[in-house]
Design a protein around this ligand. Structure first.
Ligand code: AMP
Length: 282
């Protein structure tokens, strides 16, 4: 496995891949866990050459967010990527990715107005801009994204269609801890009590699938009540929307629906979701 830190080297190794081979890209911010590794494994199964990018992208963090303290451990990541049989790690510095003040950004409207787009202004412009840079640098045939960040998947798919990027987006299932908590690099921020109470997110979402709810309001109220049983939980949002359009819905009627939550435990903001595809939620 090769490790490169410059755009020039990344392009060089990419150019050496024969044109008959398929290139897969897995964009990450590092501090790898099984969720990331599942993306690499899927890429490994489907592609001849697997590129992993590790870059904590400052432009997708708000001013008071955790860019500085975001967990980083490149040595460990490199070992895990090697074990997962990645072919190339692209691990640029901030200066390499943003050598001069950025006057060009990629902004996706409408589907970024709700959920994390509403709570984190500018976040998806940062994400879309860095992902389009990565697509231009690596020119992958396929790119792998986790449904843990389901709004991100919708945003990137929209961008790829709107701007004619020649890449197939592959959405991958959420990987969870044994007790249901969605794996996240940010889980290390949680203290023992917060970690234990954080299991309520998945429990609440799972419980939705066992009830015969007919309206988005009913679902939202139910999930809020469940989450609020945990004293350390502070809800940022609970929303039930059409997926991937993220349009508001009233009744549940055969469309694909996402129930998405963002909840703070102390200074840690966790997100989770379930996508319901059945005609009825039952
Ligand atoms: P991040 O490093 O948090 O930016 O995540 C990089 C990629 O891994 C994104 O496409 C995430 O959606 C995906 N990812 C993160 N956590 C999980 C998880 N628990 N299950 C599946 N994919 C995940």
């Amino acid at each position: 496995m090769k490790i490169v830190t410059t755009v020039c080297e990344a392009r060089k190794y990419r150019a050496e891949v024969p044109s008959t081979c398929t290139v897969g890209l897995v964009p990450t911010m590092g501090y790898l866990h099984q969720g990331h590794l599942s993306l690499i494994q899927r890429a490994r199964e489907e592609c001849d050459f697997v590129v992993l990018s590790i870059f904590v992208n400052p432009t997708q963090f708000g001013e008071n967010e955790d860019f500085e303290r975001y967990p980083r451990d490149f040595e460990r990541d490199a070992q895990l990527a090697e074990d997962a049989e990645g072919d190339l790690i692209f691990h640029p510095s901030v200066e390499e990715m943003y050598p001069r003040p950025l006057l060009t950004t990629v902004q996706i409207n409408k589907i970024t107005e709700r959920l994390c787009g509403a709570s984190r202004p500018g976040h998806f412009t940062g994400v879309a801009t860095v992902v389009s840079k990565l697509f231009h640098i690596v020119t992958p045939d396929r790119a792998y994204f986790g449904l843990k960040d389901a709004q991100q998947v919708a945003v990137i798919e929209q961008m790829v269609q709107d701007l004619h990027f020649p890449v197939t987006i592959v959405p991958c299932e959420i990987v969870r801890e044994e007790d249901g908590l969605a794996m996240s690099s940010r889980n290390v921020y949680l203290n023992a009590e917060e970690r234990q109470q954080a299991t309520i997110l998945y429990q609440a979402l799972q419980a939705v699938t066992r009830k015969g709810f007919r309206s988005a309001d009913e679902i939202n109220r139910f999930v809020r009540e469940k989450i609020n049983t945990q004293p350390l939980a502070r809800i940022d949002y609970v929303e039930t929307l059409a997926y991937p359009s993220l349009e508001p819905i009233e009744q549940i009627s055969g469309e694909r629906v996402i129930v998405a939550v963002a909840v703070r435990f102390g200074n840690t903001r966790l997100i989770d979701n379930i996508i319901l595809q059945d005609r009825r939620i039952s």
